[in-house]
Each structure stands twice: as C-alpha cells, then as structure tokens.
Design a protein around this ligand. Structure first.
Ligand SMILES: [Fe+2]
Ligand SMILES: [Fe+2]
Length: 390
C-alpha cells in the first residue's frame, strides 16, 4: 500500500461515526480506533483521526520508537538538566550549545574544505526549515546514543550478576564505549550543519536529557531477557539495518562514511543482543528466561497482525535519504515492520525451537533466514558479527 493510500484509510468505526453525523467530534483516539502511543496526540475530527507523533516515533499511531542506539528502558529520569558541560568559547562567551566534549568528527574523515564546499553546494535551495529539522533530528539521535551508554552499563552489571561468559561482558562494555562515540558523532554532525548552513545559531539541545536514576535495578534473569529483547534484539537490529540503509542511500559523502561506521557498530550490538538471548534461554537449570522469550515472541506475532505500515520490497530501490541521510517517516515504519516480520520473529522462533546454540560459526541461511536486496545485505552485517563473537 502506498503512503497516500495508507493515510486516507478509514476504519469501519471511523466511517460509521461519519454516517451517524458525529464527524465533527474531535478525535480522542488515532487511526483504527487505537490510542496514540509514546506521547502522540490525536488530531482531526471523527472519520479523519490522525496521531501527531513526537520526534523519534513513527507509525500511524506513533507505535514505533525510533531508537538509534539502545534505549535505557525502565528507570529513567528526565528531571536533570542537560548533563553535557556548559563551556565557554574562545571569546569567553557562554556557549549555549551545551556540548562541551561531546562532539567530534568520525576518525579518518576530517571535515575538510572539499567536504564543506560539497555540503554547501548540496544545500543550495534547501529551505531553512528543512535544515533546522535535520539539526533537531541529529540532536535527538545524539540524545538516544547518549542514553545507550547508560543502558549498556546496566546490562554489564546484570550479566555479571547472572554469571554470563566473559565474551558477552567484554562485548557489552565495548558497546558502551561505542555509544559514547556515536553520541559525539551525532552531536558533531548537528553542529556541522548548523555552523555551515545556518547563519544564526539555531542549535538547541533539549533542557532535559533522559538520564538513569540513582539506582540500577538488576531484576531477574527473565527480566534481562525481556529487556534485551526490546532494547537489543528489536531496538538494535532495527537501528543497525536503518543506519545501513541510510548510509547507502544518502547523497552526502561525509554522512555515507559516518553512518556506515555507526551501522557496523550497531550490527555488532544487535549480534550481541542475539547472543545474549541465546545464552539466557539455554540455561538448563531455569525455564523462566525461556518462557519469558516465548511469551514475548507470541506477543510480537499477535501485534504483527495489526501492523499496517508501508509494505516495501527489500531492494529499497526507490529510497533516497538525501543530503541529510534521513529516511522518510513511512520508510522508517516500513523498515521496522520488515525487520520485525522477516528477521526478529523468524530468528527468535528458530532459536527457541531449533538447536544450533553451539555452532555459531556454521549456521546457514536456513537457520537464520533474512530478506533479499539491500535490506538483506544490511542484515548480513549482523549475521557476520554473530558468527565471530566469542
Ligand atoms: Fe549507537
Ligand atoms: Fe547500539
């Protein structure tokens, strides 16, 4: 279904309301009679209900959280002000970018004159509002990466508490280090856009960052499974594929490098989540982690049936993430659905019901199937990382 058709789709309930003359009533729910999720707000009148989705969410009902890194999940505080240092610039003026020490260029790719002039050329004719929304997007991505640092640090304590093998702990702690770099790269790119393309300083960091509370909850091993499925298996597999697609469909050479680097790291993080699940559900002593994974899988299969976002083929041949390397919202939602339907659900089903746990180097496409085309090539990065992790 194309996005235009999708946005005009009315539910039977919506149409009934219209026929009954209730169409001027304000919407309290989103499309399909479902509430708007993740802070989305219902707009329009009955018969034409839509959700106005906050940043970093997508889907008709804002049901998809666009995480670029690994979300922290529960126990989160937003009450502390931007934790990044307020620094003074070289003229001793207060620097309201609030980014002291948290912005950088990717290693091996300096922001030289040639790149700057290519970037400026690409931006000719691009409206300032579009540039501003790209800046906001990269700031939000930096915030998501910043949050991932805390997430992986909590996971490392959980893994130690449940006696995980050293290779999982090693990979988790090195993932936390990756996320620091990712946050710096995202903030750094937002600042590059701002410095180069906007004459006045419109770079705004949010006042409140998601930040861990003063205590960390270790929970049970089944809790670790549930959190890893949401934050790692789903969150990082989707993030890795999305970043890979963005890196290969942008017209911006600098971003192609930056996003490819981050997508390789995220592929390792996704592989780590899958290997963590495999370790946790194959505990001979305890059945509960396995049951937690089975319950989550069943829930995903049920909710998948209600999924309505854009259907795409894996080649992504019509996709252009443009000079800012950002995918249109409908593709973000469609890609998330594809990852859920063609990777997450079949892989988890295989892990729970077929035994390949001790042979990671030799599993085949029949063991863990993946889509064709560009999306498949991106998924292969995760498969490769899973094979070599030990
Ligand atoms: Fe990341
Ligand atoms: Fe990550």
């Amino acid at each position: 279904m194309c996005p235009e058709e999708e946005s005009n789709t009315q539910t039977l309930w919506d149409m009934t309301k219209g026929i009954l003359g209730l169409a001027s009533e304000k919407c309290t729910l989103g499309p399909h009679g479902k509430a708007c999720e993740n802070g989305g707000r219902a707009t329009g009148t009955l018969g034409q209900c839509k959700c106005k989705c906050p940043k970093m969410t997508a889907g008709n009902n804002c049901e998809i959280q666009i995480a670029i890194g690994r979300p922290f999940g529960k126990v989160i505080s937003t009450t502390r002000e931007c934790p990044l240092l307020h620094v003074q610039d070289t003229n001793n003026n207060n620097n309201n970018k609030c980014s002291g020490g948290w912005s950088r260029s990717p290693p091996g790719l300096s922001w030289n004159m040639t790149l700057a002039s290519i970037f400026k050329t690409l931006a000719i004719g691009v409206e300032e509002t579009m540039i501003q929304s790209a800046i906001d997007e990269y700031i939000m991505q930096g915030v998501a990466e910043h949050t991932s640092v805390a997430s992986f640090n909590r996971v490392s304590l959980q893994l130690m508490a449940f006696g995980a093998p050293a290779f999982l702990l090693h990979a988790t702690m090195s993932a936390a280090q990756d996320e620091i770099t990712h946050a710096q790269l995202m903030f750094g790119f937002a600042e590059k856009i701002s410095d180069l393309l906007i004459k006045k300083n419109l770079l705004q960091y949010p006042n409140n960052f998601p930040f861990p509370n003063n205590s960390v909850s270790i929970g049970t091993k089944a809790d670790v499974v549930r959190e890893t499925l949401v934050e790692g298996v789903l969150g990082e597999t989707s993030a890795a594929v999305r970043l890979c697609v963005r890196s290969r469909t942008t017209s911006n050479e600098y971003l192609r490098h930056l996003l490819a680097r981050v997508s390789h790291d995220e592929s390792r993080h996704a592989a780590l989540a899958w290997r963590t699940i495999s370790w946790a559900i194959n505990d001979e002593e305890k059945e509960t982690p396995r049951q937690a994974a089975e319950q989550w899988l069943n829930h995903m299969i049920e909710t998948r049936a209600a999924s309505t976002s854009l259907m795409m083929d894996g080649s992504m041949k019509d996709v252009d993430s443009g000079m800012f390397g950002l995918l249109p919202t409908e593709y973000v939602a469609g890609l998330s659905d594809m990852v859920m339907n063609e990777v997450v659900i079949p892989w988890l089903r295989q892990m729970l019901h077929f035994n390949f746990k001790n042979d990671w180097r030799n599993f085949t496409k029949e063991d863990l199937p993946f889509p064709s085309g560009l999306v498949g090539e991106c998924v292969k990065q995760i498969v490769t990382a899973m094979r070599v992790m030990e």
